[in-house]
Ligand binder design. Structure first.
Ligand SMILES: Nc1ncnc2c1ncn2[C@@H]1O[C@H](COP(=O)(O)OP(=O)(O)OP(=O)(O)O)[C@@H](O)[C@H]1O
Length: 663
């Protein structure tokens, strides 16, 4: 070893932990292994690596990549908290020598791999760490990845006895005939999904994922020859995504031809109400275990999961284990969105390369025969190397909601493609760009220099005005409970009309700072000190199984009659309940935060009529094209970018999220 000694590096890790830059959990894991191995330089090397593996896991990476650590220690380990990254001058100079770039400057961490591989912590089937090339995994993460790979390989090779002409006939009834030279990727997606035990349908907003899935459900039942209808379940990673899936499927189902609609009227078998994955698998409070697992699998034939970009590898592994090997798994989602905040980027990794198609001739042949569509030559693989997952993936390419040449669609497209020419000119003068091209009217750029600028205040005030109005339209005290609940439901709907999204949590333009400021602007002056006040919008920050509330669920505190306490209204749980909202006492809600502003991460799976994305005033590795794309595509009708430094949007567009993993 050369350069800084390993004990100095270990000392730096301890400093990071004291500063709160590293979780105690991470360093304790390193300490634990070191104690097992005894006092030596080698065991300290193992302890450093183990601590960093745990640290990366906390950031959502299933493994530590040594080549990345070597290439760019500061950026890769990303240990400084946001406020220090945004304001490096605030860093105590005595800490500068402990930063990753300094301590790893003359290290060759790859050489440490040998030590690690020789160590008992990597030997045997139960070892806590696993090394694969330059990647170091926690055993648990490695097992998840292996479990998922083996499971999906098996599903992909499952033989499904369905012939192309059978499929073609139904596709024509459900979608109409092929419209050459246009290619219907939706028809292709259905043909793909009925032929295989595992398939993925990826596409941006409004590309018809729901439209396709409803037809796919009908097609699956129509092709099924068993005595009983297929048992189909729908699920999504979050409560909100599940509720949206249920709603959009119910709406789209009404457009099916009658005979196909009837196939979906099978009562309990085709359960068209989507549930969260946690509920489907049966989560058990206080444990990682689910009611359903490999030894007690779900009694279903088909599982369709929406918003699959939010599935982390632990959940994916649990889902694969709980799904019978003969059951079909269909994942829907937008591969270009941010991945789950937990570890892994399952959909992004499995669908990597889907833009280019990558179909082997055999795959393309089946698809063409079953659909009558001609797959353009540029989507056929040009090499003999088979990309197995791509043989089970269809990307929907045409957005029905957004025109790629107009406003929100244009902005999302340019960011997603990492193209900066148009973006640069739009950022330089968005008003001029809209004047020259009125189809850009649903996107706007605001450049307030500080968050207290009047320009920003006026913007937010206008955005929240309809909500304030509906809060003021409280029924008279003599109104019935139902009338109060209906009013609360109207207020909740207004909450979905306008939403500020932030890239970061801390700082002037971070979620916390903005929420504090907006509270000071908009809370009623009568209770300026109370944590809870009439009109406080809140979001759950954790799952609460007792209250049946999920991380990300949104409610609002409302004062009803003068003699009643303040209560928080959340959307009702299902159609069976009488009231459109349910009321909870604030004292029962321990894990909530104010949500005038929410982070882009938390906004996944939601859409707002007018979405405003706020960028910080300084660059940060958090600003990536995935974050911008996810933020922009949360907007249904209007999008505003708020950036004191618009050029940061260009930097972000050029930066990608790196999530390493072996799927
Ligand atoms: N092939 C089609 N023919 C006619 N209309 C279609 C077709 N595909 C989609 N649509 C319509 O386009 C709109 C968007 O489709 P859909 O809601 O299925 O997209 P999505 O990908 O599920 O969107 P989201 O981003 O909300 O998940 C819907 O109104 C749908 O009915």
């Amino acid at each position: 070893m050369n350069g800084v000694s390993v004990s100095t590096i270990w000392q730096a890790l301890e400093v990071w932990q004291q500063q709160g830059w590293l979780r105690a959990l991470d360093i304790n894991f390193g300490r634990y292994l070191q104690r097992q191995l005894g006092d030596s330089e080698q065991s300290l090397q193992v302890a450093v690596l183990a601590t960093l593996v745990s640290h990366k896991l906390g950031q959502g990476h299933p493994c530590l990549k040594l080549a990345e650590l070597r290439r760019n220690p500061d950026a890769y380990l990303h240990i400084l908290p946001e406020h220090l990254r945004l304001n490096p001058q605030a860093l105590d100079q005595s800490l500068a020598a402990f930063l990753p770039d300094q301590i790893f400057a003359q290290q060759e961490p790859m050489q440490w791999l040998e030590t690690l591989q020789q160590s008992v912590v990597c030997k045997g089937e139960q070892s806590p760490l696993v090394v694969v090339e330059d990647a170091i995994y926690l055993r648990r993460m490695w097992n998840y990845e292996q479990g998922i790979s083996v499971d999906l390989q098996r599903r992909m090779t499952q033989q499904v006895p369905i012939t192309a002409p059978q499929v073609a006939e139904h596709l024509t009834a459900l979608f109409g005939p092929p419209q050459a030279p246009q290619v219907s990727w939706q028809r292709l997606a259905c043909a793909m999904a009925v032929k295989s035990g595992f398939s993925m349908i990826t596409g941006g907003p409004g590309t018809g994922k729901t439209y396709t899935v409803v037809r796919l459900l009908a097609l699956l039942q129509a092709l099924h020859t068993g005595a009983q209808p297929l048992r189909i379940r729908l699920a999504a990673p979050t409560g909100k995504a599940a509720a949206r899936m249920t709603e959009s499927i119910a709406a789209e189902r009404a457009n099916l031809p009658n005979n196909y609609q009837q196939l979906l009227n099978t009562g309990a078998e085709t359960e068209l109400t989507a549930v969260t994955l946690h509920r489907l698998l049966g989560s058990q409070p206080g444990t990682r275990e689910f009611v359903h697992h490999r030894q007690h699998q779900l009694a279903i034939d088909v599982l369709i999961v929406d918003e699959a970009s939010m599935i982390d590898i632990e959940m994916m592994a649990a889902m694969c284990a709980a799904l019978p090997s003969k059951a079909r798994l269909i994942l829907l989602g937008d591969k270009d969105q941010l991945a789950s905040v937990e570890a892994g980027a399952v959909l992004g990794q499995l669908c990597a390369g889907a833009d280019a198609g990558g179909y082997q001739p055999a795959t393309a042949n089946w698809l063409e025969q079953a659909t009558g569509e001609a797959i353009p030559a540029n989507y056929i693989a040009t090499t003999d190397t088979v990309a197995p997952y791509l043989q089970h993936t269809v990307m929907l390419r045409e957005s029905r909601r957004f025109d790629a040449e107009k406003g929100i669609g244009k902005l999302a497209f340019e960011i997603n493609q990492q193209q900066t020419t148009w973006l640069k000119s739009w950022l330089a003068d968005s008003a001029q760009a809209t004047q020259a091209n009125p189809s850009l009217a649903n996107i706007a750029l605001l450049q307030p220099q500080t968050a207290v600028a009047n320009e920003f205040y006026q913007f937010v005030k206008a955005g929240l005005q309809p909500l304030q109005q509906s809060l003021a339209e409280r029924p008279e005290p003599s109104a019935t409970d139902i009338e109060f609940a209906e009013w609360a439901a109207r207020v909740l709907r207004q909450l979905g009309q306008f939403q500020l999204l932030t890239a970061v949590r801390e700082g002037e333009w971070g979620m916390q700072g903005l929420n504090q400021m907006l509270e000071s602007w908009f809370r009623p002056s009568t209770n300026s000190r109370e944590r809870w006040y009439h009109g406080r919008p809140v979001m759950m920050t954790h799952n609460d199984y007792q209250l049946d509330l999920r991380n990300g669920d949104i409610g609002i505190a409302l004062a009803t009659r003068p003699d009643e306490p303040l209560r928080v209204a959340f959307p009702a749980l299902g159609e069976s309940t009488e009231l459109p909202v349910r009321w909870l006492m604030p004292s029962r809600l321990n894990q909530v935060e104010t949500v005038y502003a929410m982070t882009v991460h938390k906004s996944q799976g939601s859409e707002f009529v007018h979405t405003a994305l706020v960028l910080p005033a300084h660059d940060s590795p958090i600003l990536t094209k995935e974050l911008l794309y996810t933020g922009v595509t949360r907007a249904r009708e209007q999008f505003t970018l708020i950036a004191a430094q618009p050029k940061l949007a260009l930097k972000a567009t050029q930066r990608r999220v790196e999530r390493y993993g072996g799927l």
